[in-house]
Design a protein around this ligand. Structure first.
Ligand code: NAD
Length: 366
């Protein structure tokens, strides 16, 4: 079968890591007699340069017509890039927010598990890592502070910025359903992270999630304040199975979870709506500091490609093959620079490779 895949390379390291993900996906599906037909879609800074806006209506139409989208990352260095001289709604990130909204991608999944081979790259102490960890972060993606009304205006003569955090019960219910469904296929525990001691929105989250939970009595439900959750992630990450949280808390905690995996470059993500369609991208950004050097870690994007095959195309075997090939490549000692241990002794037997060499090594092991 031929599947239609949208491909958003984006900015910075985006084109380098997407090329590797496409290479690996193509090989993985070919083994089962399938092929992928790509449509390149412009988004982010490259779209601003080509069209004047970060996302055109044509690009949205292109994304709607495909089965799933693989993406790199968008944006530049906010301190130096001319894209950040533009009004906020014309900047690269506005394109991604608009795409998520247009495609109704309300649930963002970020699996954070420690590859045993990457123990050395994990910044946590050995006794904290214990048997390792395997967390699925489910972040609400189209509501909350990032989508609320905002303005900056003088109030009583003092320049004042106002951002609005709002959630309605339907937005909470649909993402809670996804989290319980996923937990049912895993270790059957959902931890809701919020700030219910302060925020009304968090109190509504607790009420709605508790009512959704009535249908999922085989799943353990607990609530945790976000400040405590930030601490628990580095104190005892093994306690978590599924973490369900709102947009901004999820944004911050998922980077923390990525870091304890070893590197931002290793963590995949999937953004889903109520159909099988999804947008799949690594958790990191466009990494302008290393763009164009051929050294970026492509594993997060390749792992996102595996999630694409599993969640959007239903090609579980091909996805398993990719996951297995990544593990084997790491076990065979291949590392991009971000995964190399600091200590010389621990580097023994490891081979530092660039972006495309890592992609090739994974393809060889498929
Ligand atoms: P970043 O994630 O791009 O980089 C943070 C650090 O992680 C950097 O040191 C970078 O080199 C490293 N890193 C990230 N991905 C890596 C990889 N694959 N391999 C090796 N190292 C990697 O975050 P930032 O520097 O805060 O943001 C840079 C730009 O990316 C900004 O414009 C930001 O808005 C954008 N951004 C985009 C997305 C997205 O496209 N979804 C997400 C986050 C940030």
């Amino acid at each position: 079968m031929v599947y239609k895949i949208g491909s958003i390379s984006g900015d910075g390291i985006g084109p380098e890591i997407v090329a590797e993900a496409r290479k690996v996906m193509d090989h993985a599906v070919a083994k089962y007699g399938h092929s992928l037909e790509y449509t390149d879609i412009l988004m982010g800074g490259c779209s601003i340069d080509a069209t004047g806006v970060p996302l055109t209506n044509e690009a949205i139409e292109q994304a709607i017509e495909v089965d799933a989208v693989i993406m790199g990352s968008i944006g530049g260095n906010p301190a130096t890039s001319p894209w950040y001289q533009l009004p906020p709604d014309k900047r690269p990130e506005a394109g991604l927010l608009k795409l998520r909204k247009s495609l109704r991608l309300f649930a963002n999944l970020r699996p954070a598990h420690l590859y045993p081979e990457l123990r050395g790259a994990c910044p946590l102490r050995d006794d904290i890592i214990g048997e390792g960890f395997d967390i699925m972060m489910v972040r609400e993606l189209t509501g909350g502070l990032y989508f609320g009304k905002r303005e900056t205006k003088p109030v009583n003569g003092v320049n004042t910025a106002i951002d609005t955090l709002s959630y309605n019960e339907n937005e909470i219910r649909r993402v809670a359903e996804k989290a319980f469904y996923i937990a049912g296929k895993r270790r059957k525990k959902v931890t809701v992270v919020d700030k219910a001691n302060v925020l009304d929105s968090s109190r509504l989250w607790r009420k709605v999630v508790t009512s959704v939970h009535e249908k999922y009595q085989n799943i353990e439900l607990e609530f945790m304040l976000v400040d405590n959750a930030a601490m628990q992630l580095v104190r005892d990450p093994g306690q978590f199975d599924v973490i369900l949280t709102e947009n901004m808390f999820g944004d911050i905690l998922s980077d923390e979870a990525a870091m304890i995996m070893g590197s931002l470059g290793t963590m995949p993500s999937a953004s889903l709506n109520e159909t099988k369609f999804g947008l799949f991208e690594p958790s990191g950004g466009s990494a302008p500091d290393i763009a164009g050097k051929g050294i970026a870690d492509p594993i997060g994007t390749i792992s996102s490609a595996s999630m694409l095959l599993r969640y959007s195309l239903g090609l579980d075997k091909a996805a398993d093959d990719i996951d297995g090939a990544i593990k084997k490549t790491l076990a065979d000692g291949y590392r991009t620079f971000d995964l190399m241990p600091k200590e010389a002794a621990e580097k023994k037997g490891l081979k530092q490779v660039g972006t495309s060499e890592m992609g090739d090594a994974i393809v060889e092991r498929l």
